[in-house]
Design a protein around this ligand. Structure first.
Ligand code: 5GP
Ligand code: MG
Ligand code: MG
Length: 177
């Protein structure tokens, strides 16, 4: 598995440090508010669980499953394949995402929660890929800026594989070429 990685971009220590910083800010902001934390499955599962362990305020966890991505390029459509199960009305919502690429997924999901009457919507992404944005959407906070490469690890997959790598790396082109 490690042989398929061109370059390690962000290792566990770097990710831990950024998660500590992001969590410290969230812990101040949401104390006493009881938000709904929404991990966007499957990609965000590793990042979200690491983040959630650092949060000290009361919260509930409601995963959502959305897909707009096949192989290594975006199809442009966002489909919710598993919705949240509780009412978001008047609750603060915090999305946890693996990576913001075109921005379509989180733009669509944020708009939906606002329509449903969420008190506030915040998006935290492990990575932000600003060069490939096609809709006007930016996360409220992110771990690291990522280059325009196909990345795997720490939840990010290629055809379901590589999610369990404990770092984010660039996948060798020969794997998908
Ligand atoms: P969007 O284009 O809607 O912002 O992002 C949709 C999804 O595409 C992300 O949540 C992520 O699952 C996937 N994605 C975007 N860039 C990459 C990448 O470099 N590697 C992997 N594995 N998935 C990506
Ligand atoms: Mg994702
Ligand atoms: Mg994927």
């Amino acid at each position: 598995m490690n042989n398929d990685i061109e370059k390690v971009l962000f290792d566990q220590d770097q990710l831990n440090k950024r998660m500590d910083e992001i969590a410290a800010r969230l812990n101040k902001k949401y104390e006493g508010q009881e938000p709904i934390v929404i991990p966007v499955l499957n990609g965000a599962m590793i990042f979200a669980s690491d983040m959630i362990k650092r949060l000290t305020f009361e919260l509930t966890i409601e995963p959502i499953r959305a897909s707009s991505y096949e192989g290594t390029s975006s199809t442009g459509k966002v489909k919710i394949t598993q919705d949240v199960k509780s009412d978001v009305k008047n609750r603060p919502v915090i999305f946890m995402e693996d990576i913001i690429d075109t921005g379509r997924t989180l733009k669509a999901l944020s708009d939906l929660m606002k329509e449903r009457g969420a008190k506030s919507v915040e998006v935290i992404s492990m990575l932000d890929k600003p060069e490939t944005r096609v809709v006007d959407f930016y996360p409220d906070d992110y771990g690291f800026k990522a280059p325009n490469e196909f990345l795997v690890g720490y939840g990010l997959d290629y055809n379901g594989l590589y999610r369990n790598l404990p770092y984010v790396g660039i996948l060798k082109q020969r794997v998908y070429a």
